[in-house]
Design a protein around this ligand. Sequence first.
Ligand SMILES: Cc1cc2nc3c(=O)[nH]c(=O)nc-3n(C[C@H](O)[C@H](O)[C@H](O)COP(=O)(O)O)c2cc1C
Length: 349
Amino acid sequence: MYALARPLLFRLDAEKAHELVFASVAGLGPVARLGMRLTLPMPDPRLAVTVAGLRWPTPVGLAAGLDKDGRLVRFWPELGFGAVELGTVTALAQPGNPRPRLFRVPDAGALINRMGFNNAGSQALATRLRALRDAGAWPEVPIGVNLGKSKVTELDDAVQDYATSAQRLAELADYLVVNVSSPNTPGLRTLQDADRLAAIVRAVVGAASGRPVFVKLAPDLGEPALDDAVAVSAAEGAAGFIATNTTIDHQGLAEVGAGGLSGRPLFSRALEVVRHVAARTDLPVIGVGGVHGADQVLEMLAAGAAAVQIYTALIYEGPTLVGRILGELSRALDESGAPDLPTLVASSR
Ligand SMILES: Cc1cc2nc3c(=O)[nH]c(=O)nc-3n(C[C@H](O)[C@H](O)[C@H](O)COP(=O)(O)O)c2cc1C
């Protein structure tokens, strides 16, 4: 199906195509959604992983940014995702950067974006999540919420901006993420500096009502800066890390101006960061960046990741991608005789 739709979608502006797909999915009835679920392989309990105390029924999560405002929370698990990260949301609703701000680089399996946290604000997301919870419609996978700084908030007031969103959302999310690594909000990544990061993580952990708080890191940090960010986050009570966000290194792939590169060309650097961070902390690391098949999932786990997330490959491969990956992982377990993924990964080291 997606093979048919993709050439048409790819003729549209990238963000328009995204909006069209969102609107179509939102309009799908429960019957059509059930049909989607039936295309999934049977749930395989051997693929479940535990990340900061949360059980992910599959090791592949949806990365932040695709469903910022939580419009399709119940849909994503039907594609096989074992966790869903909503956001980035900010304390204030904001429109994001002027369009165009999302670009495809099809030959490289990459995207470049400078969306700039377009979102309806953390209060709107809290309202939507509360309605889901009150209706007894909460999905069976962990739902995380990724928090960023509102563009108009001064960097010196960032702590309060993050804390406001954390207070609104902590009771409604299974985990929170401090995002100080997007390249598209001026100055945001300077919040990865040790002192500023420590204050933000302290405030979010303090407001999180015991929910695990992850810190999402940029792939462009050098090793000393990564080490500092990991150390201060751990000292302030972070429960884990997400590595990585998009990179400002476009690798000469396209001339579209500023933005963050994601997808296949990011994989090797993201893998390197996962390996580096996992070697320096016992806290779990979620690996993200260029994962597009079972091979990259296994490489990320072998590098020390507890689970992975995907964004860009879903745009290129379509909604059956995660089901295919899970099927391949199950077959790899069948062939190896290993009882679960960690054992399979350990035996291949
Ligand atoms: C269009 C777009 C928007 C994104 N928005 C966010 C965001 O709001 N917050 C965030 O933490 N990461 C965001 N990301 C980064 C992804 O969550 C992920 O870290 C990155 O794309 C690497 O994974 P991938 O190669 O599987 O896409 C965005 C990525 C893309 C392509």
